[in-house]
Design a binder for this molecule. Sequence first.
Ligand code: B16
Ligand code: MG
Length: 229
Amino acid sequence: MKGFDIMNKQLNAVIFDLDGVITDTAEYHFIAWKQLAEQLGITFDRAFNEQLKGVSRMESLERILALGGQTDRYTMAEKEALAHQKNEHYKQLIARMTPDDLLPGMLDLLRELKRQNIKIGLASASKNAFTVIERLGIREYFDTIVDAAKVQNSKPHPEIFLTAAEQLRVDPSTCIGVEDAQAGVAAIKAANMFAIGVGDKEALKEADYIVETTADLTYDAIVRAFYRE
Ligand code: B16
Ligand code: MG
């Protein structure tokens, strides 16, 4: 038996989002998008960057172009080139990441889940997820990594979380999903998993359990929340 088993409920796996849960790559996405936006004559600030969390690369570019009233200015090939340019800059920035970039409490949580034989998955909209996990020095903790390159549908579609559960060979109802974005929480719920939101209570109100910061994501707290439901 893996994990706890109280009244037929069992926790077999925890599936994490990356940006905003394990590390704050949002800052690097911000720097790279800002530089591209400025080049295009579009004013881009942190408040707008919030709207891009959990959103795919191409959709992020579309939103930035819409912000600048430039939706129809570029061909598809030009948009691909702009997205590529942003990604090259982003890759330079994440190459400098170290284990110090892990958000508070996350290493302890991964260690404890491993110790308790609970499977660990990653479900990230980022095609750079693997590199980031390597830079953070936590590759060994993950039993599966599902990134945007492996799925057709973006969050809030449940595909990425369901694929992770399938690869871990566990039933979705025995999984916890952890997310900082509203679309991510919706994806977890649509996958029939227990949703933990990290961040704003109002924005993440669909989640089954919400913590303000990752420092509150302790093993005891999440297990207690899962079995209380
Ligand atoms: P890439 P997550 C998401 O990561 C980011 O929150 C979002 O800002 C980014 O645009 C997206 O990944 C795609 O990233 O350009 O590296 O493929 O929160 O799903 O881990
Ligand atoms: Mg996120």
